[in-house]
Write a protein that binds this ligand. Structure first.
Ligand code: 13P
Length: 236
C-alpha cells in the first residue's frame, strides 16, 4: 500500500501575515494520520522560514524550485546546499508554470531532479500535457518524453513522487474526470514498470493535480493509481 501524499503548492502567493496565520490556524489543525498520509506544503522560498517556525512536525515543507547551480556567483539562485541547510527535505521540479512560463526544458527538469536527489531530498516531479496535446491524442507520448528525460538522469526513483498535472486542468476549474486521470496514471505506472523497475511501478506515488478541491477529491482518490494530490488554489 502506497502512502498518500497531499501537497499544497502556494505558487507566488501569500505574505508574512498569511505565512504565520495559515499554519497556525489551518495546517496545525488538520486531522490526519501521519503514518498514512504525508502532507507537504510549498510556500515561496521567502516565506518558508516563517512557516517552518509555526507549523507542527506532521506537515513538511518544500521549495517550489531549485537551482541548477551550486553555491557561488549565481545571482538570484537557490542551491540545494542552502535548501537542505534550512532543514527542507522536499522540492517540486518541473511544474508546468516553470516549463511554460520560464522556459525549463525536459533536460533542465531532469537535472534539477537529479541534483535534489543527490542532496538527499524528496522530489515532487511534475509532468503533464497541454490542452492541444491531449486534444491531439499525444498525452501518453508527452508524459513519457518528460519521464524519459528524468530516467536518463536518475536511476533510483525511491525518493521521487510523480505529480501528474494536465496543464489544461491547472487553475481552470476543469478537473480531469476520475476515469481520465486514472487512465493516465495507469499509463505512467506501466511506464515505470517497463523503464525503471517492477518495484518502482508498485511503490512510486503518482499524484494528480489540476483544480483539485473538496468537490472532486473524494471521487478522484477512489481510483487505484491515484495516490493523492498536488493542490494549488484550494490549498490556500
Ligand atoms: P490548481 O489546484 O490551482 O489547479 O493548481 C494545481 C497546481 O498547479 C499544483 O501544483
Amino acid at each position: 500500500m502506497r502512502k498518500y501524499l497531499v501537497g499544497g503548492n502556494w505558487k507566488c502567493n501569500g505574505n508574512m501575515a498569511f505565512a504565520k496565520s495559515f499554519p497556525a490556524e489551518v495546517l496545525n489543525n488538520l486531522k490526519f494520520n501521519p503514518s498514512k498520509v504525508d502532507v507537504v506544503v510549498a510556500p515561496t522560498a521567502l516565506h518558508i522560514p516563517t512557516v517552518q517556525g509555526v507549523v507542527g512536525n506532521n506537515v513538511q515543507v518544500a521549495t517550489q524550485n531549485l537551482s541548477l547551480t551550486g553555491d557561488g556567483a549565481y545571482t538570484g539562485e537557490l542551491s540545494t546546499h542552502m535548501i537542505t541547510d534550512m532543514g527542507i527535505k522536499w522540492t517540486l521540479t518541473g511544474h508546468s508554470e516553470r516549463r511554460t512560463l520560464f522556459g525549463e526544458s525536459d533536460a533542465d527538469v531532469a537535472k534539477k531532479t537529479k541534483i535534489a536527489l543527490d542532496a538527499g531530498m524528496g522530489v515532487l516531479a511534475c509532468i503533464g500535457e497541454l490542452k492541444e496535446e491531449r486534444e491531439g491524442g499525444i498525452t501518453k507520448q508527452v508524459n513519457e518524453r518528460q519521464l524519459n528525460a528524468i530516467r536518463e538522469q536518475c536511476d533510483d526513483w525511491s525518493n521521487i513522487v510523480i505529480a501528474y498535472e494536465p496543464v489544461w486542468a491547472i487553475g481552470t476549474g476543469l478537473t480531469a474526470t476520475p476515469e481520465i486521470a486514472q487512465e493516465t496514471h495507469a499509463e505512467i505506472r506501466e511506464w515505470l514498470g517497463k523503464n525503471v523497475s517492477k518495484e518502482a511501478a508498485a511503490s512510486v506515488r503518482i499524484l494528480y493535480g489540476g483544480s483539485v478541491s473538496d468537490a472532486n477529491a473524494a471521487d478522484l482518490i477512489q481510483k487505484e493509481d491515484i495516490d493523492a494530490f498536488l493542490v494549488g488554489g484550494a490549498s490556500l
